[in-house]
Design a protein around this ligand. Structure first.
Ligand SMILES: NC(=O)c1ccc[n+]([C@@H]2O[C@H](COP(=O)([O-])OP(=O)(O)OC[C@H]3O[C@@H](n4cnc5c(N)ncnc54)[C@H](O)[C@@H]3O)[C@@H](O)[C@H]2O)c1
Length: 359
């Protein structure tokens, strides 16, 4: 008699989403594109928002306002934690304790100690754990990492990376002064680590995934509070909104990494340039997620650049579901999230003491 057991590739997976704000829409629609994945439960402290979210994404999910109840009664295999940054550690730890696989938004936590605790708890519980460094979804960065790994660029010497936004100087994403999702990002009281914690995590991942670990980091943070005023209702506007990092990699390369919410003229731009002794590569995600430019071989003597098209790469949502179905941990995992969190903590320490900090 044939077994009725489904192959891992088609196994039904029931997802629960906690935090049904802006980014959760992306989680829901990306998960629902994957055959066999169901949105079984959603949770938000704002009941109306959670209800509308469930209706918008298929209308089948059970709606909760208490995450503990979702874990007990929601019948989910895995949880996506899309709450504000300060809730990543406590809610993810609850999900892990309940034996749920977990995809957590970035930054993994608000400090390295908590991030390590999460990584260890997930490992001990044997659950799949991934952190949403979403720009790994670019096939160009995957190919960049492969080229460096294969030694095509020779020894890496110089790196330049930036993540530029302008929502403080423009209305590109609406009026930040009246939007809670922007206001909590400006307030350390609400757990924000500023632009560094919000998108600095992405650019640190982007600049180290292909090149390798950072050995030391010298950081200057700034909050242009005179321009913004110091408070908006319950939100003190004190979190950094510009960050400059000078880094030395473990392989000896030097790098400049920077990010700001004041890059007027840019909505959400990521750039990376990696220069080695035998070649170079550059990425501009405004132009393409799948193309990168390379200068290799004889071309380096004429500074000739060629554009190459990288093949598609599965999204983090697809990689997470594959990991849950196969039981094989996917990347980037909580350990990687904790590694980046260590660099973030070092940035704050470096800014405080005014010199480089070793990691
Ligand atoms: N990976 C990416 O590219 C990317 C992009 C955007 C946002 N994010 C991350 O996603 C997270 C959410 O960002 P957002 O812009 O959607 O914020 P948001 O403010 O729009 O949504 C957060 C939601 O969480 C809810 N919430 C707060 N406390 C809760 C609790 N205890 N239980 C349940 N729900 C609770 C809020 O009511 C809100 O609906 C942040 O950590 C952010 O850094 C990641």
């Amino acid at each position: 008699m044939k077994s009725k057991k489904k192959s891992p590739a088609r196994k039904r997976i029931r997802i629960g989403i906690v935090g049904t704000g802006g980014m959760a829409n992306c989680h829901a629609s990306e998960f629902l594109k994957i055959p066999g994945v169901e949105l079984a439960a959603v949770c938000d402290v704002d009941a109306k928002r959670a209800g509308e979210f469930a209706a918008k994404h298929g209308g089948l999910a059970a709606v909760f306002t208490d995450f503990k109840k979702l874990l007990l009664e929601g019948g989910v295999d895995a949880v996506s934690n899309v709450t504000p940054d300060s809730l990543h550690a406590p809610l993810s730890l609850q999900a892990i304790a309940a034996g749920k696989h977990i995809l957590c938004e970035k930054p993994l936590a608000t400090n390295h100690t908590d991030a390590l605790r999460m990584a260890r708890a997930a490992k001990k519980a044997g659950v799949i754990n991934m952190v949403n460094f979403s720009y790994r979804n670019s096939s160009a960065i995957q190919t960049a990492a492969q080229l460096v790994r294969e030694g095509k660029l020779g020894e890496i010497v110089h790196v330049e990376a930036s993540y530029l936004q302008s929502w403080l100087s423009s209305q590109i994403w609406g009026d930040w002064k009246t939007t809670p999702a922007w206001l909590w990002r400006l307030s350390s009281k609400h757990g924000s680590k500023g632009v560094l914690g919000d998108v600095g995590v992405h650019i640190l991942d982007f600049a180290t995934f292909p090149v390798g670990k950072i050995k030391s980091i010298n950081t200057r943070l700034k909050t242009f509070s005179n321009l913004k005023g110091k408070r908006m209702g319950e939100y003190p506007l004190d979190a950094n909104d510009s960050a400059l990092m000078q880094v030395e990699y473990a392989n000896g390369a030097l790098g400049v990494i920077h990010t700001t919410r004041w890059a007027t003229g840019h909505a959400n731009s990521l750039f990376l340039r990696v220069h080695g002794t035998k070649g170079a590569l550059r990425l501009d995600l405004d132009k393409s997620y799948n193309e990168l430019e390379i200068c290799l071989g004889k071309d380096i003597h004429k500074a000739n650049w060629k554009t190459i098209n990288a093949s598609q790469t599965p999204s983090i949502y697809e990689r997470f579901i594959t990991a849950v179905r196969t039981g094989k941990q996917g990347e980037p995992d909580f350990a990687r999230g904790a590694e980046i969190q260590k660099a973030l903590d070092a940035c704050f320490e470096s800014d405080r003491i005014g010199r480089a900090v070793r990691l």
